[in-house]
Design a protein around this ligand. Structure first.
Ligand code: ATP
Ligand code: MN
Length: 463
């Protein structure tokens, strides 16, 4: 008999059909009259299926004793309308198999709820909780809608390398990749000879696929990359991971306004996509973690984002009378608290800020005529702050070289990137969306460590 997922039973109300269901027992309630209720979860949806087991099931007494929270079971039985409260249908077991027992005294997930901090230490078991099951399903749906969004618009999915020899942001947050023997190197003083290293030069894990994305965009049209990204930033915040996933579309012939239009419709449609696909999971997050969640997501879907320049935003912040932990003035990078003030207090809406000071942005962003700002755009959302960073790229060869020098980068290191400007250069734009921050946005989870299956942060890479 083919196995049936609980989600399918609940969706289609398969009353009267015989099913084979497998999963993990969340709770067992034994009745004195020789029957028991099992709440079984198979991960396909938030809801458990109630299984009624009675003395007609072979070896009833022995099997029911073996079962406790966490045990894995296989059930063959008939789906029936439930007479009890709390569920529409249940399974009346004809046959029960205990695949794996679970010692009730030592099983780390007890019936009472556990703190998110505790569950982070149990990353091998936390997907068995409602919270992390829901997170995993939401994350999965987000990834699917992200691909849908770009595929239906004719974007090409390009895989960019994880190991690179160019530091895209030039910010020195790169994890080094080497096969040199560190213990041996310690004995020598003087510069390290990278020609002896695996790639013949200093290599690291990618901080962004953008530069390589531009290569394909300037040949094939609209492209996107979607993959793991690594930053050795030693900032223990609730919005930074050392390993995170980033979606980076890159579009030739797009100017900044078109880039903003795409970013806005992208965010709004993936939020809509997840609301359609994961209704029960989002309701759970709304109820358990963030009571404004569904309303705020609805707001994102239904209303246009506010657009203004960095300079205008600074004026608003300065005039706000609000006391910030980090004082704000023109020329400084915004902190999350400033971004959140704009989106939560001032506009009560997502905001796109443009034209940031050139000193605080990367070398590849197109310089404005004013000589002070660049064609950058950040999309800011309530509860998080920056979720997207993007820009129109500098497509003018000589202007790009000037900017590299200004940023203390050696143009020689970027010879192939410069050749894109030498041969058939075009105006082009792109942006990067952090997947985990998007999971934060749509689930209302406050800590980014709870938005990825296995978080990597300073001093933490267990599992
Ligand atoms: P921030 O200023 O918040 O540290 P950033 O400006 O360094 O971010 P970008 O280089 O613009 O980030 O990266 C694009 C997007 O990738 C960000 O808008 C964010 O959604 C995501 N992102 C960046 N760094 C991280 C990180 N360490 N962990 C998780 N997501 C990140
Ligand atoms: Mn950014």
């Amino acid at each position: 008999m083919p196995r049936t997922k609980v989600a399918q039973i609940l969706r289609e109300t398969l009353s009267g059909t015989e099913v084979d269901v497998r999963g993990w027992v969340r709770t067992k309630r034994e009745s004195k009259q020789n029957f028991a209720f099992l709440e079984v979860n198979d991960g396909s949806c938030l809801a458990n299926i109630q299984v009624v087991v009675d003395a007609n099931v072979p070896d009833y007494a022995i099997l029911i004793k073996q079962i406790s929270t966490g045990a894995s079971v296989a059930i063959i039985g008939e789906v029936k309308e439930s007479l009890g409260k709390g569920q529409r249908v249940e399974i009346h077991a004809r046959q029960l198999t205990v695949l794996g027992t679970s010692d009730a005294l030592t099983y780390p997930l007890q019936k009472k709820g556990h703190s998110l901090e505790f569950l982070r230490e149990k990353a091998h078991l936390r997907p068995r909780t409602n919270t992390f099951g829901a997170m995993a399903r939401v994350r999965n749906s987000l990834c699917a809608t992200i691909h849908d969004f770009f595929q239906t618009r004719g974007f090409l999915y390009v895989q960019t390398p994880i190991i690179t020899t160019s530091d895209c942001e030039g910010a020195g947050q790169v994890f080094q990749v080497t096969t040199l023997d560190l213990a041996k190197l310690q004995q020598f003083k003087g510069p390290i000879d990278y020609s002896r290293d695996f790639f013949g030069k200093k290599a690291g894990l990618t901080v962004s696929g953008q530069l390589e994305g531009e290569i394909y965009a300037t040949a094939l049209g609209d492209v996107y990359t979607f993959g793991p990204t690594f930053r050795a930033e030693n900032s223990n915040t609730t919005r930074h991971l050392a390993e995170f996933w980033m979606v980076e579309p890159e579009m030739p012939f797009y100017v900044l306004e078109e880039n903003m239009d795409l970013a806005e419709s992208f965010v709004r449609s993936i939020v809509k996509g997840v609301m359609d696909r994961c209704q029960a999971d989002l309701e759970f997050f709304n109820e358990r973690f963030e009571p404004t969640l569904l309303a705020s997501l609805q707001n994102i879907v239904e209303n246009e984002f506010i657009r203004l320049t960095y300079t205008e935003a600074i004026e608003i912040l300065e005039k706000s009378g609000h006391s910030f932990e980090y004082p704000i003035s023109w020329g400084n990078d915004m902190h999350s608290e400033h971004e959140r003030y704009l989106t939560e207090q001032h506009f009560k809406q997502p905001v796109i800020l443009t034209d940031y000071p050139r000193e605080i942005k990367s070398f590849y962003m197109r310089c404005n005529e004013d000589g002070k700002t660049v064609r950058a755009m950040d999309v800011l959302v309530p509860r998080i702050g920056e979720i997207i960073g993007g820009s129109q790229r500098e497509e003018r060869h000589d202007a790009l070289i000037d900017r590299m020098k200004e940023c203390h980068l050696d143009p020689e290191d970027y010879w192939w990137y410069l050749e894109l400007r030498q041969y058939g250069t075009v105006p082009h734009s792109g942006f990067g969306l952090g997947l985990e921050r998007t999971v934060q946005l749509v689930t209302g989870m406050t800590n980014i460590r709870d938005c990825i299956p296995f978080p990597r942060t300073p001093k933490s890479a267990e599992f």
